[in-house]
Design a protein around this ligand. Structure first.
Ligand code: SAM
Length: 282
């Protein structure tokens, strides 16, 4: 483990503050400062940047973000046991770390940015990773206040985020929303042995950059359509989309799609055309 600051090793921090990992809070800590440094650098050049971190825990990734030049880190942590350890990091980097004691699903992050932008970087608690991502991808107006998302997920979730119709089993609502509004890729895998305690499966770091001008369509219509289409993913559109429109044939044709196609064969652009064609109906 390389030394990135004068703070004590993370294992000592965890022991001194009694931070036994709690499963209910999705706590799998990273102690390897080489790895946390790699994640921090993967988010982009951090000099002068504001970074939002969800779930800093004992602060391994937080320290890497600060050591790699982030001007300001806003870290939202729900587990109050971690606050004294995070206060030590804040004291080491005066004026650069703000710890928010709260639930990331409920905290209004943008109000802390004074109209500015931020990168979001996190080793997410597995149980709220997808709702957080969907929330960030569903923001209005678009483009959003976040400049990029660099997020650790379980690998199977990461694969569902970046999937295309070529990866049929993984391709679904999450991939359509992601592909419509962002460019997303898996950067690298992180073995289960990197975490304390070890989870059962491999994780992956995913990087998303918002599209400046996604194809125009009503997000709520898009969501209704993908809910119906992937809700019966093996059925043809002429059947599955009856949940949206009783007689969907003309509408599917207006979107330039064969009504015999199945949801998992339709690229993001096809779903966008369905939303546009639905909005255009008298
Ligand atoms: N960033 C640390 C690391 O990489 O070692 C900890 C990552 S651990 C996977 C997830 C962290 O998210 C834990 O510290 C946990 O307490 C915190 N957490 C869980 N639910 C949360 C929530 N709703 N809001 C904010 N933080 C949460």
């Amino acid at each position: 483990m390389s030394q990135i600051d004068d703070l004590p090793p993370l294992r000592d921090v965890v022991e001194r503050h009694g931070l036994m990992a709690q499963k209910a809070l999705g706590q799998n800590f990273l102690f390897d400062l080489n790895l946390t440094g790699r994640i921090a650098r993967a988010s982009g050049p951090l000099d002068g940047e504001t970074v939002i971190e969800i779930g800093p825990g004992p602060g391994g990734l937080t320290r890497a973000l600060l050591a790699n030049g982030a001007a300001r880190v806003i870290a939202v942590e729900r587990d109050r046991r971690c606050l004294p350890a995070l206060a030590e990091i804040a004291a080491h980097y005066p004026g650069r770390l703000e710890v928010v004691d709260g639930d990331a699903l409920a905290v209004d992050l943008s109000s802390r940015l004074d109209g500015g932008q931020a990168r979001i970087v996190a080793n997410l608690p597995y149980n709220i990773g997808t709702p957080l991502l969907v929330g960030w991808l569903s923001l209005e107006p678009w483009p959003p206040w976040w400049r990029s998302l660099t997020l650790m997920f379980q690998r199977e979730v990461a694969e569902r985020i970046v999937a295309t119709p070529e990866q049929r089993a993984d391709y679904g609502r999450l991939a359509v929303l992601t592909g419509w509004r962002s460019e997303a890729k898996i950067l690298f895998d992180v073995p289960r042995t990197a975490f304390v305690p070890q989870p059962k499966i491999t994780s992956s770091v995913v990087h998303l950059v918002p599209r400046a001008t996604p194809e125009p369509c009503d997000r709520r219509l898009l969501e209704r359509i993908t809910l119906a289409a992937f809700g019966q993913r093996r059925k043809m559109l002429r059947q599955s989309l009856k949940a949206v429109l009783a007689e969907p044939g003309d509408w599917i044709e207006a979107a330039g799609l064969p009504e015999t196609a199945r949801a998992e064969e339709i690229p993001v652009s096809g779903f966008v055309r369905l939303a546009q064609a639905l909005a255009a109906r008298p």
